[in-house]
Design a protein around this ligand. Structure first.
Ligand SMILES: NC(=O)c1ccc[n+]([C@@H]2O[C@H](COP(=O)([O-])OP(=O)(O)OC[C@H]3O[C@@H](n4cnc5c(N)ncnc54)[C@H](OP(=O)(O)O)[C@@H]3O)[C@@H](O)[C@H]2O)c1
Length: 329
């Protein structure tokens, strides 16, 4: 049977397990130019909270009663396509379900001979491209500059820091808790990482950037963002990537916008799908860096599709440590 998680309701405030519903249905059959896929890994990402809302945004809401949206990697079990054969590993957007049928134009074969397949959901996938786009296109970091990124141990933040280090920047991460900070400095090589749960976070942050901040890659929002805004240098740049601390509580935060004005900061929001034509070259660059050992990542894995709702709730509270995936089978 195909195991699925459907959207049951749009949450008000914090996401709950009861906003989802588990269902089993028969495994579908592929038609002309289609393949049947058995999914192995499901990616969980902060954007999913935004889809669970009727509000208008840059992407369509997930529909009530439909399978929850998401990206997966899986194996082709049956093929009526000339482009894909049984046993191919493919990237797909079947969402929160173990099986499904896709048209050949909607899937991409991935090479898993030297690279684990879940890497294509993280460091070599959408989060990796997000990191590259915000850092390189928007922040334009220069050798010797100070780059700060929050959610630094996560899927996007960990890549931002490693790319900035490779460009000769001083990189300061921000993460929740000692273990995450230790990983960011010892494993990823950041120059420092400040724990935002410390009582003296603001003082530690100020001491960590004696020359101020030239590039800020913002993932979190709230108090962290407020603190960082006040440390920005004149003519610095901010890539506004996400505001994950506010997704469940406060969609319209109150920021110290005056710093943007007086420091003439270049401050740009972006969506990773803005320039699809840039993806292949970015992924190729990330793949080379990964294969040469310059791009590391950590996996935060739960097993079984029934645990996906709880794992997404945990991700939105910062309980994941690294790229969050669900191993479906
Ligand atoms: N603009 C785009 O196109 C685009 C594309 C992809 C992702 N994004 C954004 O990028 C950001 C990072 O995404 P990701 O996939 O890499 O997620 P992630 O960092 O792997 O996981 C989310 C992390 O956010 C931090 N966090 C969560 N709630 C928090 C809170 N209340 N206060 C402080 N920190 C909190 C936690 O890290 P700590 O415990 O270390 O704080 C948590 O581990 C998100 O804001 C996401 O929406 C944007």
């Amino acid at each position: 049977m195909n195991q699925q998680i459907l959207v049951k309701s749009y949450p008000e405030g914090w996401l709950k397990e009861s906003d989802f519903e588990y269902k089993e249905s028969p495994i579908p059959c592929p038609g002309e130019s289609e393949v049947l896929i058995r999914n192995q890994f499901l990616s969980l990402d902060p954007y999913m909270r935004g889809r669970l809302s009727p509000s208008k945004s840059y992407a369509k809401s997930a529909e009530i009663g439909a399978v929850m949206v998401g990206s997966c990697t899986g194996i082709v079990l049956e093929s009526k396509s000339e482009k894909f054969k049984v046993g191919d590993t493919v990237l797909n957007t079947l969402g929160w379900q173990t099986h499904g049928v896709c048209h050949e134009r909607d899937i991409k074969r991935i090479d898993v001979s030297k690279i684990p397949e879940h890497a294509y959901l993280g460091v070599l996938g959408m989060p990796g491209v997000t990191a590259w786009t915000g850092l390189i296109d928007i922040c334009e970091p220069k050798r010797g500059e100070t780059v700060v990124v929050d959610a630094a141990s996560g899927a996007v933040g960990s890549v931002v820091g490693q790319l900035a280090l490779a460009r000769g920047c001083t990189v300061i991460g921000i993460a929740g808790g000692k273990d995450k900070c230790h990983y960011v400095v010892k494993e990823l090589g950041f120059n420092a990482c400040i724990d935002h749960t410390s009582h003296d976070f603001k003082d530690q942050m100020k001491a960590a950037v004696p020359k101020g901040i030239d590039c800020l890659f913002e993932n979190v929002g709230g108090v962290i963002f407020e603190t960082l805004l006040m440390l920005m240098n004149p003519f610095s740049r901010i890539a506004l990537c996400g505001l994950v601390s506010e997704y469940n509580v406060n969609p319209y935060g109150n920021h110290s916008l005056r710093s943007i004005l007086i420091n003439r900061i270049k401050f740009q929001g972006f969506i990773v799908t803005d320039k699809p034509q840039t993806w292949p070259a970015i992924i190729e660059e990330l793949k080379q860096a990964y294969l040469e050992g310059h791009l590391k990542y950590k996996l935060s894995q739960v097993d079984g599709i029934k645990n996906a709702p709880n794992a997404l709730i945990g991700l939105l509270k910062g309980q994941n440590f690294g790229k969050q995936v669900v191993k479906l089978i």
